[in-house]
Structures are given as structure tokens and as C-alpha cells.
Ligand binder design. Structure first.
Ligand SMILES: [Zn+2]
Ligand SMILES: [Zn+2]
Length: 206
């Protein structure tokens, strides 16, 4: 098999949930090695890498949960969570997490950052993971605002595609990296029509 045919078979591959976990496992090996090497060195660098790892780990589970738990199991395991997600797809302007909920989550996040600084150990990993969750809650609502096109154009286009054209693609909210890695990103050349934008943003022009 030459390099090009290997690349094409990788690109056309449909990863199962188990295969995604296997890829994560192989990514965790060098990341863990790096973190252990840094532990006795610069503490700021160590905590920065550990925090980023926790945050990235959350984005992986965000991708898995959206792709495999909220989509694809509708017929086998109908449930309230799936219903809520389905509702958001048909009513994109409606989000169940309110502004006051998000502010509470953010407050808890600040407390966790303070605790992580005080503990100065691997608790930072959990803080990073939780920050990923809070980041997701804020990013999702931001991606439903027109002004987000200025700051997060690629993420917003990806989310519009997921809502309106490719419900079996574009699952990432905080990042499109996992979609790219697991071959679920949307085709780049697709244009978004005004009709789709009206449906996605509703009539509120903000
Ligand atoms: Zn969805
Ligand atoms: Zn959405």
C-alpha cells in the first residue's frame, strides 16, 4: 500500500466509539510522559500543560457524547436527554442552560482554579476538565450569536452545518480538531444559504 492509498483509507474511515477511545489512549501515552517529565521542573509550565490536558480531555468527551450518545442512539435508547438535544436541533435559538446557570458554573470554576493553585498538584487536571465543560456551556451559546462569526468563524460554520445540513458531522463545539481527526468535519466548500441562517439565528439580529 503506497502513502496516498493509506492516506485515502484513513480519510474514508468511519471510527466507531471504541476506536475513538483507542486513538485517545495512544494520544494519552506521550502526553502523560511529558507531564511526568515536567513535574519536577517549572511549576507554571507543569500546571499549564496539565490544565490544557484536562481541558482537551473534556473536548474529547464532548465530541463522544454528542456524536455517539446524543445522535445515533435515538431508536435504541430514547430518553429525555436525547429529546432535549433533538429539540435544540429543531429550535436552534432555544438553549436549556440559562445565563444564571452559566454564571454559577463560572463561579464554581473560579473557586476550582483557586483550589488548584493552593493544592499545587494533579488536581489541576480536574480543574482543566471542568473548565472544558464551562467553556462548552459558554461557547455553545456564543456560537448561536451572529457576532461570533467575527471571533470564531470556523467553529460557527461547523455548528451551523451540524444543525442544518450535516447532523451526522461537525460534533465539536469548543474545537473542530476531533472532527478532523475522526473524519466527521464538514466539506469546506459548502456555502450556507440565507434561508439556513434565518433558521439558525431566528429573527433576532444580535
Ligand atoms: Zn447534535
Ligand atoms: Zn447548537
Amino acid at each position: 500500500m503506497n502513502t496516498r492509498s493509506f492516506y485515502l483509507s484513513w480519510k474514508s474511515r468511519k471510527f466507531s466509539e471504541t476506536q475513538c477511545y483507542a486513538v485517545l489512549f495512544f494520544l494519552l501515552i506521550p502526553a502523560s510522559y511529558l507531564i511526568i517529565q515536567l513535574e519536577s521542573g517549572n511549576r507554571i509550565l507543569f500546571h499549564g500543560i496539565v490544565f490544557s490536558s484536562g481541558f482537551t480531555l473534556f473536548t474529547f468527551f464532548e465530541y463522544i457524547a454528542h456524536r455517539f450518545w446524543m445522535h445515533g442512539k435515538e431508536e435504541k435508547h430514547p430518553g429525555k436527554r436525547l429529546e432535549l438535544h433533538k429539540h435544540h436541533h429543531t429550535h436552534p435559538t432555544e438553549l436549556k442552560i440559562t445565563a444564571s446557570m452559566r454564571n454559577c458554573l463560572l463561579l464554581a470554576n473560579l473557586i476550582l482554579v483557586a483550589v488548584a493553585c493552593w493544592l499545587d498538584n494533579y488536581f489541576t487536571l480536574f480543574t482543566g476538565f471542568y473548565s472544558g465543560f464551562v467553556g462548552y456551556c459558554f461557547m455553545h451559546v456564543i456560537l448561536h450569536k451572529r457576532w461570533a462569526a467575527k471571533f470564531f468563524p470556523a467553529l460557527q460554520v461547523s455548528h451551523i452545518h451540524h444543525h442544518c445540513k450535516y447532523p451526522d458531522r461537525c460534533f465539536g463545539i469548543c474545537t473542530t480538531r476531533w472532527d478532523q481527526l475522526f473524519n466527521t468535519a464538514s466539506p469546506k466548500e459548502i456555502k450556507i444559504s440565507e434561508r439556513i441562517l434565518q433558521f439558525y439565528f431566528g429573527n433576532h439580529d444580535h
